[in-house]
Design a protein. Structure first.
Length: 938
């Protein structure tokens, strides 16, 4: 009776589908996690474990997520999940930055569309609209982050606009007020006349802009050099509107200057024959050309020592600008362009300000908040600094102040929000001093004690802190936490009284920062002070102060968290943003950084390395990738990238991640299929296992050590690469391949098959949890397929410590030799298959020629099994002339003959013991099948 032999082969069986269908499957898994109260349950299971706090840098709540957000949050999630997997209590509380100009700007845009004037809307009403806008986007982004598989306390995130947060931010400002490092100063700040506010460095973009340029005449008033009597010093500037604010000029001590007589001029020139002018020799030709001077004579050297005691008149002297203009040495003056002499308006430039202060030069206020020149300025009152630039130049020319004029296109600062050009404007602002209480030194020391990944971040942030000016924290806007300070009108001194601050904090806690605007000042000042004697500050605090204080309102004094954080992680642009402001805030109030380590990642570019933009049409959105491929593909992309550098993404790159994914999924699927029906009764002791199976256990210990080390160094790329290599090379292409025959055909009760299934069980129980932090959805799907339980998750487990008796270094070395030899054999058989000599490796009988060390490595092993042939020979000898040699070792070679015998119809091995009957079987298969027959008969 012919048996259906196919029925007797133990083919793998599993419900885990080959096709992932992630876009549909992932939301089902999210729903399951939701039902089991995933995050609370995980926290409960880690209670009492060492904490790991990755403090979330708050994204801004004003739009859908882009691919950069996805990178950022997935990377954070990888870290949190790996830390949780090795046993830590990783309490991740996501947060949002809710105050600030971009949201105000959106609301104002809506007003403009409705033809509403913002200045007529009560401030509390305006703030409420901003609050609603931020709330909406917090909800949208929260959904989108969760869809990426990011785990955390989404039910209770932190918001900078929460009343409790606003109260803490006010309390933190109070600390700087009380210790004396908060002061009101007058300084030029980058100012947007459109938004009517000072901007931070991070809010500025540079674009090309064409400006009117002028060469202006400064008559010499007095000088120790007699030849300068009646001469004019010439300066060049790209900002004619700063001329009313001029209070000095600067020269370079290394530059050679000369006195020039104008002999002839072009027709339309502003220069006159007989003019006697001073400028740098290097620039004489370019000045002559630009100002239409057709002939001039150099009459004298003008030594720089002379300048020190030379006093100039303003170009508009006698017309309302009659102050003296000193000449000051400055090492930043060059002869790259201009005249080698620089005009100094201390209210309109950082360098000008510093130079002016150092020499006791006054800092006038000349430009109002709306960017117009102030009323006290003769000839220019009411003119717009930027728009009326040519008109201002016209006026200067008309008044005889100019030698020449022109235009220049240069890189110019603009508001990143309104794209309006900015000006440096001298305004009263609130500053935190870098020096008065040693903030700079404290911050630099804190940086030296912080670990940076990658290390270059340390020097980057250090040089920024070392060179930065005082921290300007005031903004003349409405949507934010007010600087809760009262200034004594008579003395100009801020009121420093902790009781007042405490009343403010208490009010904010209950009613939010709106209380500052909605309450009479008496509420905060109490009975002790006369409100009429105090000015209530209405500036709000820079949003970087808000986010710089998140450590104070989320981490500190919170039993669920810890302070300082183990890690801050953001894009490398946050060296000047969040890492920076958090460091200053914490060092100024607590004397150290709020973090032990800082990790930075790069930016996301397209496949060609270009920035993504709507106009290039190369934008990849996380929403699209999820719809097309699933979040696990994006997660692989992050884990598989060098995230310290900029990352690229596009169709081809995503396809590569899909390929990686497929191999990992197939590994899960193969294990699940092979383990069908596996029970503990089948388990076998390590000591009783064949060498190959013990080698796999040894490999598990090696992979375990490698990935734990990589996690300690936050090298998740290494984690992914090691696991992918293990699945692909060690399992699929080697162990699974060799053990296929055992698994499909061997007696289920045999030591070989039991050992193989025991090992596969161990592999599954290691591999799925190892990959779970990366493939958070697919690992859960595989886990639930094997251990279905709606109350359990693969993510709840802590990675086990692998048994010490799995480690066997000698076995590792031995199998390295065997695998090297096997490569030569499979290469030779592959050649025959390509040539059509054999169809399957089971038709081949290879003979391996190798030195003793290699042949001995095969001691006790069935070489044919390892080569996946029906038979094989090993010879300790030099390979014959017709052998195929190992690529880098001529002492190892292979010849291949055809296997002798007939094909077993069950296992397809060709063996001498098999006859040529239609359903002939080898001895092993015959035994297995008859045992099955007996079992069926029983
Ligand atoms: Zn057989």
């Amino acid at each position: 009776m012919a048996k259906d032999l196919k029925q007797t082969v133990f083919l793998p069986k599993t419900d885990f589908p080959m096709r992932a269908g992630l876009p549909k499957k992932e939301p089902e898994i999210l729903a399951m996690w939701n039902d089991m109260g995933f995050f609370d349950e995980l926290r409960a299971r880690r209670q009492g474990h060492e904490k790991f706090i990755l403090h979330d840098g708050p994204p801004y709540a004003n739009g859908n997520l882009h691919i950069g957000h996805a990178l950022n949050k997935i990377l954070k999630d990888l870290i949190n999940r790996f830390q949780s997997a090795i046993g830590k209590d990783a309490n991740y509380v996501p947060g949002w930055d809710c105050h600030g100009l971009p949201i105000e700007w959106k609301i104002e845009e809506q007003y403009r569309k409705k033809k509403r004037n913002k200045d007529e809307v009560p401030i509390v009403e305006f703030r409420n609209e901003c609050r609603d806008f931020a709330s909406h986007w917090v909800d949208v982004q929260s959904e989108e982050f969760q869809r990426l598989g990011v785990m955390g306390n989404w039910a209770d995130p932190y918001l900078t606009m929460a009343y409790s947060s606003e109260a803490v931010i006010a309390r933190e400002i109070g600390k700087f007020l009380m210790n004396g490092s908060l002061f009101r100063g007058s300084k030029p700040v980058m100012w947007s006349a459109v938004e009517k506010t000072a901007l931070a460095e991070a809010e500025i973009e540079y674009f090309d802009r064409t400006s009117t340029t002028i060469y202006a005449r400064f008559p010499v008033k007095s000088s120790p050099m007699a030849e300068l009597d009646g001469a004019q010093i010439i300066i060049w500037t790209t900002t004619p509107w700063t001329m009313p604010g001029n209070r000095a000029t600067a020269y370079g001590e290394e530059i050679n200057y000369g006195l020039y007589h104008v002999d002839a001029v072009a027709e339309d020139s502003l220069a006159k024959v007989g003019d006697r002018l001073v400028f740098a020799d290097d620039l004489a030709d370019s000045i002559a050309e630009a100002c239409g001077i057709s002939a001039m004579t150099r009459s004298n050297d003008v030594p720089v020592e002379v300048f020190k005691d030379t006093i100039l008149k303003h170009p508009l002297n006698g017309q309302g600008y009659d102050h003296d203009v000193p000449m000051l040495p400055a090492d930043y003056v060059t002869t790259d362009q201009g005249t080698g002499i620089v005009h100094i308006a201390p209210g309109h430039g950082a360098e000008d300000y510093v130079l002016g202060i150092a020499h006791g030069v006054p800092v006038p206020e000349t430009v109002a908040a709306d960017g117009r020149l102030m009323d006290h300025l003769p000839h220019f009152a009411g003119m717009s600094a930027l728009k009326d630039n040519p008109a201002i130049a016209d006026k200067l020319a008309e008044l005889g102040a100019l030698l020449g004029r022109g235009q220049v296109t240069h890189s110019y600062p603009h508001s990143w929000r309104s794209h309006a050009p900015l000006i440096f404007r001298n305004t009263p602002q609130w500053f935190i001093s870098m020096e008065s209480h040693g903030l700079r030194d404290t911050a630099l020391k804190a940086l030296s004690e912080t670990v940076f990944y990658p290390p270059v971040g340390q020097s980057r942030l250090t040089s920024m802190i070392a060179g930065r000016p005082d921290w300007c924290i005031s903004r003349q806007r409405a949507w934010g936490v007010p600087i809760p300070v009262f200034v004594h009108k008579a003395s100009g001194e801020p009121l420093r009284d902790q009781a007042v601050i405490d009343r403010v904090v208490e009010a904010f806690e209950k009613e939010g920062a709106d209380a500052w605007f909605a309450s009479p000042p008496e509420r905060f000042l109490g009975d002790q002070y006369d409100a009429s004697e105090y000015e209530q500050v209405t500036d709000i605090v820079d949003v970087w102060f808000d986010s710089g204080s998140t450590h104070a309102f989320l981490l500190e004094g919170n039993n669920d968290m810890s302070w300082p954080a183990d890690m801050y992680l953001e894009g490398s642009d946050q060296h000047r943003g969040w890492f920076h402001s958090s460091l200053l805030e914490s060092c100024g109030t607590r004397g150290r950084a709020p973090y032990d380590s800082v990790l930075t990642h790069g930016f996301v570019l397209d496949e060609q390395g270009r920035k993504m933009s709507k106009s290039l049409g190369n934008t990849v959105t996380p929403q699209d990738v999820i719809k097309e491929n699933g979040a696990d593909i994006l997660r692989i992309w992050v884990a598989n990238s060098d995230y310290y550098d900029d990352l690229r993404i596009g169709k081809e790159i995503l396809q590569r991640q899909v390929d990686h994914y497929r191999r990992l999924r197939n590994t899960f699927r193969y294990l699940l299929g092979a383990l069908d029906g596996f029970s503990d009764d089948e388990r076998i002791a390590v000591a009783d296992m064949p060498s190959l199976d013990r080698w796999v256990l040894h490999r598990l210990t090696e992979v375990d050590a490698t990935i734990r080390k990589a996690i300690a160094g936050h090298d998740y790329h290494q984690v992914f690469t090691s696991l992918h290599h293990f699945c692909n090379s060690d399992l699929s292409a080697f162990y699974f391949d060799i053990r296929k025959d055992t698994l499909y055909c061997a007696d289920p009760a045999s030591v070989e098959r039991r050992a193989c299934r025991t090992v596969m069980d161990e592999v599954f129980n290691c591999l799925v949890p190892w990959l779970a932090p990366i493939l958070c959805f697919t690992a859960e799907e595989a886990w639930q397929t094997r251990y279905p339980n709606p109350k359990e998750s693969v993510h709840f487990g802590v990675w086990r410590d692998l048994p010490a008796d799995w480690v066997d270094e000698n076995l590792g070395l031995r199998w390295m030799r065997v695998r090297d030899a096997r490569l030569v054999v499979t290469g030779a058989i592959e050649k025959l298959r390509a040539d059509g000599v054999v169809k399957s490796s089971l038709q081949a009988h290879p003979t391996l020629y190798a030195p003793a060390a290699v042949i001995e490595a095969f001691d006790g092993l069935d070489a044919a099994d390892i080569f996946i042939t029906s038979s094989a020979s090993l010879k300790q000898a030099t390979p014959p002339a017709d052998a195929r040699l190992a690529e880098d070792d001529e002492t190892i070679g292979v010849t291949v003959a055809l296997a002798e015998g007939h094909k077993c119809q069950r296992c397809w091995k060709i063996l001498p013991e098999v006859d040529d009957a239609e359903d002939a079987m080898c001895q092993r298969c015959d035994d297995v099948v008859s045992t099955m027959g007996d079992a069926a008969a029983e």
